[in-house]
Design a protein around this ligand. Structure first.
Ligand SMILES: [Zn+2]
Length: 607
């Protein structure tokens, strides 16, 4: 329990004298002293350190759990770790009782894209539904929603993200979150430097996520152009289209461009991430200095020589296991969502993934469904998944540095909520829970050589931490049982990071209804919810009664789909016009939800 609320004041803006050049040292010390006096005069509590007491600390580097520790946080940094008996907690300190809890470094998603929203309309080059949602609207949504996406990451314990392919507008926007307590650390590349660009993204100017490179000279020039926007690293999309040439010939054709970009980036102290899912392109990229492979190879079992090369070069590999299935399962209309995803995802993006079920253009929906579910496609995906699995296990066993990442933002891979699904997939490849936790923390710190700043629970490191209710070594899914997130030294209750608006609650239960997940369906309702037939005929009361009725219906109705034809929002009331495919029938109805204290308290149905 937090006995005293964190002051919310951060000191991480202030440089520490030891990090300063000698000439400015004195000025900074004076500045810090004056700031100290200022705060002393106005509030003692602002100076309070945070003590996480009696906690089990996960030493992720040594794969060890150390019980009975007290961790001290001061000025956004971890300033002390000692057995609890040896520490006296000052009277004005903020105490977070850690008994029975597990303290880990904050997690990292090493592969995301802010320019993509995770829903059905986010990649018009993959499925063009711009007659329903123009791509401009998607771009607008991604920018308007960036604050919420960041909160969502933090809510899920993710205190750092790597956007491995952004736009210039996102490079600009992220500057506004630099000092925000609720925002994870954001590492970002500029647009993907690519040898192939989908036509739909051309001429979007600063919203363009790709820059087509035709010559090595252009590649070098673009490195400098991105540096002007403070890119943290360079990303190359090393794509060889299989239908135009052999992989080998295509890879060799583009190699001079890839080499020039890597060379120019390294000359300017920038690391280079490369998208290369084919063994041939991945190997050429690594042989020529690629620092970070952002996917696993899925077309060949890796040779030991190549694995040893990755290890020798300290190339980091991010497997992104779930992203491909996100597309095919959405198109094939066989997508599934866990309880965690149903309650933690952006509900509107998640809901859009089912829109193919009621798309007016049934021919288009049918085409995608048939193609994704064809014997050929299913076999191809199974083969690629099987190769990826074997490769990841071999890489991990050999000691290659693996970094956890989802490729979130792609269709079917939702920001933040998909992270747990990715970790479970890593587990299914045979990685141990400790290996997965290392891949999610300390290994990610190595991508940009930040091991001295983040990635472990250690004195002097940033206080970016998660406090869990249960042991993640026993069960990796416990990593989602987050009691508190500590970001830049500030303690957050994850449930308070995003406000559930009435529309969010209404949408969450529609989604859960469509996925026939009873626990997620009941989650937005008040325990004593009342159901009426409009205008005032009382039908029943209580969540448990609701459970009885809906559980049975969910079990017996595989063919169930509710489409929201229209939604009206008025204060705490949501009015949905629904069209429900129920077994062989179609039912039209209106549902009126009254929300009180953050839960659905009353529902009126007009049938
Ligand atoms: Zn990606």
């Amino acid at each position: 329990m937090i006995r005293k609320k964190s002051s919310g004041v951060r000191y991480s803006n202030f440089d520490y004298p030891c990090h300063q050049k000698q000439t400015t040292k004195q000025n900074v010390m004076t500045k810090n002293f004056l700031i100290s006096v200022f705060f002393l005069i106005f509030s003692f509590s602002l100076f309070a350190q945070t003590y996480i007491t009696n906690v089990t600390v996960a030493d992720v580097a040594k794969q060890k759990l150390i019980p009975g520790q007290t961790v001290v946080i001061n000025n956004g940094l971890i300033s002390g770790i000692q057995p609890s008996g040896k520490i006296t907690v000052p009277a004005n300190a903020t105490i977070v009782e850690g008994k029975g809890k597990y303290l880990l470094p904050g997690l990292t998603d090493a592969h995301i894209h802010f320019f993509q929203n995770g829903g059905l309309y986010t990649r018009p080059d993959a499925i063009d539904l711009q007659n329903i949602v123009p791509y401009r609207k998607e771009i607008e949504y991604s920018h308007e929603n960036m604050d919420e996406v960041l909160r969502r990451y933090l809510q899920n314990g993710i205190t750092s993200v790597f956007d491995v392919g952004a736009t210039y507008n996102f490079l600009k926007q992220r500057e506004t979150f630099k000092n925000a307590d609720h925002a994870p650390d954001i590492y970002m590349s500029g647009p993907l430097l690519t040898t192939y660009e989908p036509a739909i993204y051309e001429n979007l100017k600063d919203d363009e996520p790709f820059t087509l490179i035709k010559t090595p000279e252009e590649g070098r020039k673009m490195v400098h152009q991105q540096m002007a926007y403070h890119t943290d690293f360079i990303k190359i999309w090393y794509i060889v289209k299989r239908d135009t040439t052999s992989v080998e010939a295509g890879a060799m054709k583009y190699l001079p461009i890839v080499k020039a970009i890597i060379d120019e980036a390294h000359k300017n102290n920038l690391k280079v991430a490369v998208h290369a899912t084919q063994r041939v392109t991945a190997q050429l990229a690594v042989e020529n200095g690629c620092d970070f492979l952002v996917h696993c190879v899925d077309d060949e079992i890796l040779s030991n020589d190549f694995i040893q090369l990755l290890k020798k070069n300290k190339t980091i590999l991010c497997p992104t296991l779930i992203v491909h299935d996100g597309y095919t399962n959405t198109y094939g209309q066989k997508i599934d969502m866990t309880y965690h995803e149903l309650v933690r995802a952006d509900p509107f993006q998640l809901g859009s993934l089912l829109d193919l079920k009621h798309l007016a253009d049934t021919a288009l929906a049918g085409k995608y469904k048939n193609r994704s579910n064809s014997k050929d496609a299913v076999e191809r995906a199974a083969k690629a998944n099987s190769i990826t699995k074997q490769n990841l296990k071999a890489l991990s066993d050999a000691g290659v540095i693996i970094a956890s990442g989802t490729d979130a933002g792609n269709i079917g891979t939702l920001h933040a909520s998909s992270y747990l699904t990715e970790l479970i997939a890593m587990k299914e490849c045979g990685m141990s829970n400790w290996q997965i936790i290392q891949a999610s923390t300390v290994n990610c710190a190595k991508i940009l050589d930040k091991e001295n700043e983040v990635g472990t629970v250690a004195v002097g490191k940033k206080a970016n931490l998660i406090l869990l209710d249960a042991d993640p070594i026993e069960n990796i899914e416990n990593i989602a049982r987050i009691y508190r997130v500590i970001n830049k030294g500030v303690v957050f209750d994850p449930d308070t990071l995003i406000k559930d608006t009435p529309a969010v609650l209404a949408q969450r239960q529609v989604n859960a209804y469509n996925f026939r997940n009873i626990e997620a369906f009941l989650e937005p309702y008040a325990d004593d919810v009342e159901i009426y037939d409009y205008p005032d005929k009382f039908v029943y009361k209580g969540k448990e009664n609701m459970r009885t009725g809906y559980s049975e219906m969910f079990e017996k109705t595989p063919n169930l789909h509710c489409e929201i034809k229209a939604r009206i929002l008025q204060g705490n009331i949501v009015i949905d016009k629904e069209r429900v495919q129920f077994r062989d029938k179609v039912i039209e109805a209106v549902a009126i939800y009254h929300i009180e204290k953050g839960k659905i308290q009353r529902v009126y149905f007009i049938k």
